[in-house]
Design a protein around this ligand. Structure first.
Ligand code: LLP
Length: 464
């Protein structure tokens, strides 16, 4: 499998990158713009700055570990997606990648919609003033209370995922005297990896209604039959995550459009919307080559237009749901080195003050990351390191294989790039380690948007 492939999600756990490390980079002090947020650079004294603020000041003010979020990078990516898709399409940022009230406000200011997948994400979105009409609510087992809250709030779309849920949403809508707009989530039998997609092999999973066997068509029939409570807007498909190749989207779009054709033929209904989900990949290492939003938009549009022409359908409104591709590259995690332990003939273990509680992706998916010494530059030779955390297990690995300067010492600051997506949002309190803050930086200002957890926070939940 390609070196740029990053298995994402437990379903991919059998597909791991081979040969974990390559040759050392020629310049250990260089910061590859592919993996670092856009305003990241080195000051004359070698200290990394982001948004014009040095990591020395960030560490002094906020402590380590900390997630440092480049606000202008995030906003630029929002704008790039928005502009690429234009006014006749919608971009829903997938809040599961990372969600906070500040992020919701930025999204709104940049004209994006929001995909949420739990009552907690919905509450955060509403608390930050995201209009309910701009929210899509996902999930394969939304509770009755979550459904009621969403319908009551007036969310723009509920993406229904099962026959039971069709009944539950219809019941809630009838009770509240409204007609709830819905999309039907369809499992098209495509699972996309980086340079491959495996047709039909992955219908064996929990999401959506399968195209195979007419399950999805039956779901659509049920939604249409509940027209007093439900308004069917269209069909939704999400094929995977960290995808670098649009071939899987091509297959899924074709199958979804064919289904829309069948819906027209069988029920006389033309569906106005198609949502192709998220999943576009980012660069975690120099070997990754992500697609640009403009190219993604053009390809997806072309696919949908071509398939609609073939099926004799009017082109529906397109929506997409990028999460990682927007927030992933915008943040890095800043750590302080605690111990440096050379293992003769193997590698050097560098322990930092966080670990699998702030980044579970390496342990869970064998994800790869780029790391750099950021409190100074160094002319020392490269040494092969494994960056590990402070947790009580040997799988507590942040960066499995990397090169750092051989003079690395306790007290140095190092940063792991592209940790904006699925790191804070999947963080835990394992070993009662406190979850780090998220610090937003822009134009010389740094501001905590999610504060560091405290021991009082832990004890407040523990009611004795
Ligand atoms: N839409 C739906 C329906 C999804 O399920 C997801 C992600 C997205 C959009 C956004 O996908 P993105 O553009 O961020 O790839 N925890 C894993 C990723 C799980 C993705 C789950 N669904 C990881 O850390 O790689």
């Amino acid at each position: 499998m390609s070196r740029s492939a990053h298995p994402a999600g437990p379903r991919h756990a059998d597909v791991l990158p081979e040969g974990h490390y390559s040759a050392p980079p020629t310049d250990l002090n260089a910061l590859d713009p592919k993996v670092w947020a856009r305003t990241v650079e080195r000051r004359a004294d070698g200290v990394l700055t982001v948004g014009g603020v040095g990591v020395d000041r960030l560490a002094d003010t906020h402590g380590t570990p900390a997630y440092i979020l480049d606000e202008s990078d995030f906003r630029a990516r929002c704008r790039a997606w928005r502009q690429a898709f234009g006014d006749d399409a919608d971009v829903f940022y997938a809040g599961k990648a990372f969600l906070s009230r500040a992020v919701v406000r930025w999204l709104r200011e940049e004209g994006l919609n929001l995909d949420v997948c739990s009552g907690g994400e919905l509450a955060t979105a509403l608390a930050a003033g995201m209009p309910a009409s701009a929210i899509a609510f996902h999930g394969n087992n939304k509770s009755a209370a979550e459904i009621r809250r969403a319908v009551e709030a007036g969310v723009g779309r509920i993406v229904v995922d099962s026959y039971e849920e069709i009944d539950r949403v219809a019941a809630a809508a009838r009770e509240l005297g409204v007609r709830q707009p819905v999309l039907v989530r369809v499992t098209v039998g495509v699972e996309a990896h980086t340079h491959e997609f495996i047709a039909t092999a992955h219908e064996d999973q929990k999401f959506g209604l399968a195209l195979a066997g007419g399950t999805a068509l039956e779901g659509i029939r049920r939604v249409l039959a509940a027209e007093d409570g439900l308004e069917l807007l269209g069909v939704h498909s999400h094929i995977g995550s960290q995808i670098f190749d649009l071939a899987g989207f091509e297959v899924s779009a074709r199958r979804v459009v064919q289904l829309m054709g069948t819906v027209r033929d069988e029920f006389g209904v033309t569906l106005p919307e198609i949502d192709l989900g998220g999943g576009l990949g980012i660069a975690y290492t120099a070997g990754d080559d992500p697609l640009e939003p403009a190219d993604i938009a053009k390809t997806l549009r072309d696919i949908v237009e071509r398939e609609c022409a073939a099926a004799g359908l009017a082109v529906p409104r397109l929506s997409v749901e990028p999460g990682r591709a927007i927030i992933g590259p915008s943040a890095f995690t800043l750590y302080e080195v605690g111990t440096v332990k050379p293992l003769e003939g193997l590698r050097t273990y560098v322990s930092v003050d966080g670990g699998m509680s702030d980044n579970i992706r390496t342990a869970l998916y064998d994800a790869e990351y780029s790391v750099a010494l950021v409190s100074r530059t160094s002319q020392a030779l490269p040494m092969l390191v494994r960056v590990v955390g402070k947790h009580c297990e040997s799988g507590d690995i942040v960066v499995r294989d990397a090169y750092l300067p051989a003079d690395l010492a306790p007290g140095d600051l190092i940063a792991v790039a592209a940790t904006g997506a699925y790191c804070r949002s999947m963080a835990s309190n394992y070993n009662h380690v406190l979850r780090p803050p998220v610090v937003a930086v822009t134009e010389g200002e740094d501001r905590v948007i999610v504060r560091r957890e405290t021991e009082e926070d832990l004890l407040r939940l523990d009611v004795g």
